[in-house]
Design a protein around this ligand. Structure first.
Ligand code: 3PG
Length: 403
């Protein structure tokens, strides 16, 4: 709005960094949440007569052109959702992109190929990223502007997220503004009880956020693959379940510190144990201290929290005034192991608490399980970005706009 009101954008090139990093099955977008979230700013600029150039990444192609990471399916989805036509360049800053950008008409949209096809995007060498940022900025001609709306990528110090902000008049997109505002409520003045639900496969991804939340949240509910390292830390035998051996001691330390700080860490009391990983695997519900006592033997793996744990998590959620949830409780893609995630999502959907669902996986999970966005206070488009915000870290993409 500031950009549109201040200077007017009619006829000007505006480079918009969006997060179009969506899950694909072949060339089909399986969850278009991020594409939908990117649409409002682009639409606003189109209606104001800008020449919009969208840049985004998809996956981690490691600086190589690789057809399976083409942005085309995401751009195609944007085209389907939009009331205007969306064109796609064949490269990032090459001939196709330069020509298409120069010929853009007012109110039209060009999506550049995956910015990570160019190794300079993610380079650790400042000069390399700056050179690439310069080439991106050059696509805007004389009087360009930059809008960062890629909340999911603001924790990356990459050329299209960070360096470019010092080259063009730069603005925060509405999605970034909304996300930051919501997360600020969580860090500054969460209404208590404040319950944090963490899941997903790795403890190591969540260490800093656990560390930061221990003194702030009233309860930390731990599910998903990461719960098994906590169970192991409490001395339980966990069969073939996911384990991060090197994090056991850290988990023990957290359990102790939580006690001192009056924050409860709640781990599952029961688990859905499967004979092997797979949709048709035999499975049983077992108490968390009897994982190795399944009828199929002692090497089964926990793929979901059990019904008692799910009910217990749900009751904490029901009495909370603020809830942050990141990471599924089990392998929700497989129906037999989706109940834990479904129960937690349902409790959140029913609750009056201010709720934030963060992370691509949890957001995809609630949509895949048939919940609607309106069931929750806010569904964040950022996984790593929202965690890093809650960890108290500076987000380079946000800081660059302020600096
Ligand atoms: C995400 O999926 O969290 C963002 O799009 C960032 O992607 P990245 O983790 O590959 O940088």
């Amino acid at each position: 709005d500031e950009l549109i009101a201040d200077n007017g954008v009619r006829g000007r090139h505006v480079l918009v960094r969006s997060d179009l990093n969506v899950p694909l099955d072949g060339a089909t977008v399986t969850d278009d949440g991020r594409v939908r979230a990117s649409l409002p700013v682009i639409t606003k600029l189109v209606e104001a007569g800008a020449k919009v150039i969208v840049m985004a990444h998809l996956g981690r192609p490691k600086g190589q052109v690789d057809a399976k990471y083409s942005i085309a399916p995401a751009a195609q989805r944007l085209n389907e959702l939009a009331d205007f036509d969306v064109m796609v360049a064949e490269d990032v800053v090459g001939e196709s992109a330069r020509k298409a950008a120069a010929e853009l008409a007012e109110g039209s949209v060009l999506v550049l190929e995956n910015v990570r096809f160019d190794a300079r995007e993610t380079s650790k060498v400042d000069a390399e990223r700056e050179e690439f940022a310069n080439e991106l900025a050059a696509l805007t001609g004389e009087n360009g502007a930059y809008v960062n709306d890629a909340f999911g990528a603001v924790h990356r110090k990459h050329a299209s997220v960070y360096d470019i902000a010092s080259l063009l008049p730069s603005y925060q997109g509405d999605l970034v503004a909304t996300e930051v505002k919501v997360l600020k409520t969580l860090t500054e003045a969460p209404k208590r009880p404040y319950v944090v639900v963490l899941g997903g496969s790795k403890v190591s991804d969540k260490l800093a956020v656990i560390d930061n939340l221990l003194g702030k949240a009233d309860q930390l509910l731990i599910g998903g693959g990461m719960a098994f390292t906590f169970l192991k830390a409490q001395g339980y035998a966990i069969g073939g379940s996911l384990l991060e051996e090197d994090q056991i001691a850290v988990c023990q330390e957290y359990l102790k510190r939580a006690e001192q700080l009056g924050c409860e860490i709640i781990v599952p009391v029961d688990v859905v144990v499967a004979e092997k990983f797979g949709a048709d695997a035999a499975h049983e519900i077992l108490p968390a201290d009897k994982i190795e006592e399944a009828s199929f033997g002692s090497t089964g793996l926990g793929l979901d929290i059990g019904p008692k744990s799910a009910e217990q998590f749900a009751s904490y959620i029901t009495s909370a005034n603020t809830v942050f949830w990141n990471g599924p409780m089990g392998v929700f893609e497989i129906p037999a192991f989706a109940e834990g995630t479904r129960t937690v999502a349902q409790a959140l959907a029913n609750s009056e608490a201010f709720s934030v669902v963060g992370g691509g996986d949890s957001a995809a999970a609630v949509r895949a399980l048939g919940f609607s966005e309106e069931d929750f206070g806010h569904i964040s488009t950022g996984g790593g970005a929202s965690l890093e915000y809650l960890e108290g870290k500076t987000l380079p993409g946000v800081a660059a706009l302020e600096g």
